[in-house]
Design a protein around this ligand. Structure first.
Ligand code: CP3
Length: 344
């Protein structure tokens, strides 16, 4: 059976424009909170294929999105490379021993060995594929090497990225060594996700905007393209979505073999269409906070539809849904996207 989401990623005509939401499996759903409580904490939930499968399917069943996204986290990659990941309540992710020098990089587990430790992710994918309806797609994902490296170097989230940037400008070789080692693991990790059954790949470069335009290709984009091209060569039928958040100043320089470009909420869809719409299918890009108001949601969906006009487009938010959004409003967003784009 054909999947409307996969068809849309490949630029084929579909009965309506498919929709999903970044971070759709999460805390705004009471059903998610119940399963997380049973698991004890967030990482236990990631490590438990049965429970991770259950929360992956929740937004498909409850909110009506056209694709499921694997429930996991980008930071399980550095965790399995030997960095000790924890989530501190109210403070977010933490690594106790951030990377500061060559010896720290040498100690990291690399390549096949690291990718092989993520078996719980592949087991989750296999379970999801058994349960997901044939007409819905499953999205697998990774963080971009740069976004992963920011946590590995800073040891946590950061507002200024000063430790990474000190390395970028004063010891770029060291930063490239980290990025290259992560890229190698990510290639094999995504390959194993594909072999386990995902239908589409998304690469999240959530912290792209921390890098100046002149340096973005060198420290992030070229590694994302290397991953995409490795996968495209071996699995040309699997669509790849690139989501670099907040870099419209780089749009003129975007290149590479992938299918869909994710547009963040601060970039006008008109601009993305003009610069990239002929080369890539565009995904996005409602401002996630519009979900607090049904009227603001409908107005944005109608505007995005008027720009994209059901051509080479996938509806999404321009970043993740927040935990205090009413479920009813998320449902409204999804049904409005399907309504305005339905072909008569
Ligand atoms: O999209 C989905 O529904 C699938 C699951 C998913 C999670 N994280 C679950 C999660 C995905 C795709 C991610 C990606 C991720 N993780 C990114 C890139 C995407 C983005 O939003 O920019 C980043 C930067 C991370 C790192 C991360 N994980 C942070 C900074 C945090 C804490 C911040 C927060 O939102 O609380 C997490 C934790 C996390 N990952 C949660 C979920 C549902 C919340 C954990 C909980 O249940 O308490």
């Amino acid at each position: 059976m054909s999947k409307i989401f996969v068809d849309a990623c490949l630029g084929k005509e579909t009965p309506y424009t498919p929709v999903w939401m970044m971070r759709q499996a999460g805390r705004y759903l009471p059903e998610y909170m119940a399963v997380r409580k049973e698991a004890g904490n967030f990482l236990n939930l990631c490590h438990d294929p049965k429970k991770a499968c259950e929360v992956t399917l929740q937004p498909v069943d409850i909110v009506g999105v056209d694709a499921a996204i694997l429930f996991s986290d980008i930071l399980v990659i550095p965790d399995e490379m030997g960095m000790d990941l924890s989530f501190v309540k109210g403070e977010g992710p933490k690594f106790s021993d951030p990377i500061t020098c060559d010896a720290d990089i040498e100690r990291l587990i690399g390549g096949e060995e690291a990718a092989s430790k993520l078996t719980y992710v592949y087991d989750t994918i296999k379970l999801i594929k058994e349960k997901l309806a044939d007409d819905k797609a499953l999205i697998g994902f990774t963080g971009a090497p740069w976004t992963l490296a920011t946590y590995m170097i800073e040891g946590q989230g950061t507002k200024t990225y000063n430790i990474c940037k000190k390395m970028m400008y004063s010891n770029p070789e060291l930063l490239h060594k980290i990025l290259a080692k992560v890229t190698q693991v990510v290639k094999l990790y995504m390959e194993k996700q594909i072999q386990a059954g995902i239908d589409v790949v998304q690469i999240f470069d959530s912290w792209a905007a921390a890098i100046e335009t002149e340096k973005y290709d060198e420290f992030s984009w070229k590694y994302m393209v290397e991953i995409a091209e490795y996968l495209k060569e071996k699995y040309p039928h699997i669509p790849i979505i690139m989501f670099p958040k907040g870099i419209p100043s780089f749009y003129d320089r975007v290149y590479g073999n992938f299918d869909v470009f994710g547009v963040d909420w601060a970039t006008p869809m008109e601009l993305a269409k003009e610069k990239l719409g002929d080369k890539y299918v565009l995904q996005g890009n409602m401002e996630p906070c519009r979900l607090y108001s049904k009227e603001a949601t409908t107005a944005s969906v109608e505007h995005i539809q008027s720009v994209m006009n059901s051509k080479r487009h996938i509806f999404n938010l321009g970043h993740g849904i927040l935990p205090d959004v009413p479920v009813e409003n998320a449902k409204h967003f999804v049904s409005e996207c399907q309504r305005v784009s339905a072909k008569k």
